[in-house]
Ligand binder design. Structure first.
Ligand SMILES: Cc1cc2nc3c(=O)[nH]c(=O)nc-3n(C[C@H](O)[C@H](O)[C@H](O)COP(=O)(O)OP(=O)(O)OC[C@H]3O[C@@H](n4cnc5c(N)ncnc54)[C@H](O)[C@@H]3O)c2cc1C
Length: 398
């Protein structure tokens, strides 16, 4: 197994870097690198620039508008974009419903929605979880009943990430209440402006509006808004989640966060000594760096296996567990590094263009909110306990 990059691969990374430096708006870069709030417009604008250059969907096959890159190129692309401060691509269209439509959607759905995902004409959100149906998703209660040429939807979704910006939702609903739990579920698409849909914010512990509740009260959607066959929604959802989990490790992002941690630990001092030079803290940084290197090697191992024609196995679950734990550790160490300056809650400081008096060093304001926000990463995309259950079954045969 060869884990080194070839000269061609390194040249590719360099080409991506040069292009990003020339095309990423400096204000967007500043916001990403300094953890300021990023608006919908900047996210959309960046996706459109990437798409205009042919890089809008790095993981999509050429036939649907992807660049046709292999997994090494995809990995390098992610890494360079993170290093350069580009916004993280939104997963809902590109990594979730897009691949599902490619595999199971009708020709009409593919022709209509896939180009719109590339240009980000639609902002998709994911309507899977319900109150009481998260890990045990198959117990979901949302109903879809066929009435003439329309499905009538009734029920509630929750934790709908960035649903406040979305104009489209893909969701799971029970279309056959008599069938066995998993078999009566279908996947449907709905326009968020359809009468009967109400969205309410959930404010998370960091004070931000990132997730929502979505209510469906006699919502009528056209019959052809079903994906694939009725009753097959569960297997499409499993296909979708396997895509969600591989992208969730965010190795590139953690590498740039590690650099940020080291910068902070260089600025912060204890009795005049930079924190990074104190044995205790140095050891903590080294420990997380080693974990991250190991995770990257696991990822490269997976890529090398893919290159040799083998299908990915339980590695996706491992990447999810380790990737999320590392992301959390990094937020913990940054907060520890600034000590009491992480305590003041100052949401305005995250607004771009805020020129107030910072409490403590300028980099301290987002550290507390980031720490709290990142509690989510071991929960979403299938909680880490559930991932461990899957590994126990698939790898250990328990
Ligand atoms: C910030 C955030 C964003 C999200 N975004 C979306 C979204 O956009 N769309 C969407 O559909 N969903 C979204 N989710 C929902 C997410 O998928 C669920 O929260 C997750 O699947 C866990 O479900 P739950 O919250 O119902 O917790 P529960 O399933 O009630 O779990 C509670 C605890 O029990 C543990 N547990 C449960 N069952 C088992 C078991 N069998 N063995 C061992 N431990 C177990 C869990 O690990 C967890 O620690 C989001 C969640 C968060 C926090």
């Amino acid at each position: 197994m060869d884990l080194n990059y070839t000269p061609e691969e390194l040249a590719f990374a360099d080409e991506v870097r040069q292009w990003v430096r020339a095309n990423l708006p400096p204000e967007t870069r500043e916001r990403v690198l300094h953890h300021k709030r990023l608006g919908k417009e900047e996210q959309v604008e960046w996706q459109r620039r990437l798409h205009a250059h042919g890089w809008g969907a790095p993981r999509w096959p050429k036939e649907y508008g992807g660049p046709g890159w292999n997994s090494v190129q995809q990995h390098l692309f992610d890494e360079v974009l993170s290093e350069e401060g580009a916004p993280q691509a939104l997963p809902f269209g590109l990594s979730m419903i897009g691949p599902v439509l490619m595999a199971f959607g009708s020709q009409k759905q593919k022709d209509y929605y896939l180009p719109r995902i590339l240009r980000q004409d639609d902002w998709w959100c994911q309507g899977f979880s319900e109150p009481g149906s998260g890990s045990d998703l198959a117990s979901l209660r949302m109903k879809a009943e066929l009435d003439g040429d329309e499905w009538v939807l009734n029920g509630q979704k929750t934790w709908t990430t960035l649903g406040q910006y979305a104009n489209m939702i893909f969701l799971l609903a029970r279309t056959d209440p008599a069938a066995k739990k998993q078999q009566g579920i279908s996947m449907l698409l709905a326009d968020m402006s359809t009468p009967g849909i109400t969205i309410r914010p959930i404010i998370t512990i960091d004070g931000e509006h990132e997730v929502n509740e979505v209510f469906f009260d006699n919502v009528r959607v056209p019959k052809d808004h079903i994906v694939g066959a009725p009753g097959m929604g569960w297997s499409y959802a499993k296909f979708l989640l396997s895509h969600e989990r591989t992208n969730i490790a965010r190795i590139g992002r953690s590498k740039s966060e590690l650099t940020r941690l080291k910068k902070i630990a260089t600025e912060e001092t204890v009795d005049g000594v930079p924190l990074i030079q104190t044995p205790g803290f140095r050891e903590k940084i080294a420990a997380v760096e080693i974990e991250l290197m190991a995770l990257e090697l696991t990822n490269l191992r997976m890529i090398a296996a893919e290159r040799a024609g083998q299908a990915p196995g339980a590695e996706a679950n491992m990447l999810k567990i380790k990737g999320s734990e590392i992301q959390q550790t990094l937020t913990e160490l940054m907060m520890e590094a600034v000590g009491p300056y992480a305590l003041p809650f100052n949401p305005e400081a995250r607004e771009p263009g805020w020129h107030g008096e910072p409490i403590g060093p300028e980099y301290a304001a987002p550290l507390g909110p980031d720490y709290f926000n990142y509690r989510k990463v071991t929960i979403y995309g299938g909680s880490n306990e559930i991932q461990r259950n899957i590994l126990a079954k698939a790898v250990l045969g328990l």
